[in-house]
Design a protein around this ligand. Sequence first.
Ligand SMILES: [Mg+2]
Length: 172
Amino acid sequence: MKWLRPNQAARSIHDVDYTALWERGIRVLIFDLENTLCRWRQWGLDPRTRALLASLRERGMRITILTNASIPPRQPFRRELEDAGIHLVDCAHKPLRGGLRRALAALGAHPSEAALIGDQLLTDVLVGKRARLYTVLVDPLGTQESGPTRFNRILERILGRRGPSRADPDPR
Ligand SMILES: [Mg+2]
């Protein structure tokens, strides 16, 4: 199932080789939110994550968060992202491609210059591969998850998702 094979796996967003992504021509990073950037329903960026995203923006990467969660209009996290220059697309309905297309369109970006980084095979990797993006699978930050996600984890194991990742880039 090539649509469920990420281009690379890493332990966390902090273990991804962003220089190598840049050298591949990647200029747009599309991050999943829950259990990738923050824990489930704990919307916010810890200082280390905030610093990483700021340094990536300084290096010229454009950053979007693409989440299936619905973030309420008055949630302070929206303001935090806006202040950090990070675009947010919520209610993305991954693995459907509509939200991802909206994210790319908002940045005027082509799929070939974008990478999708997330913790789930059946939403993040699948939508990324379907839209022909480079995909990076990271280990989930925590074990607290929604009911549908817990079900997807069972499917992931059946599909052969391996345990905690090493940073071992595969050829595209
Ligand atoms: Mg996630």
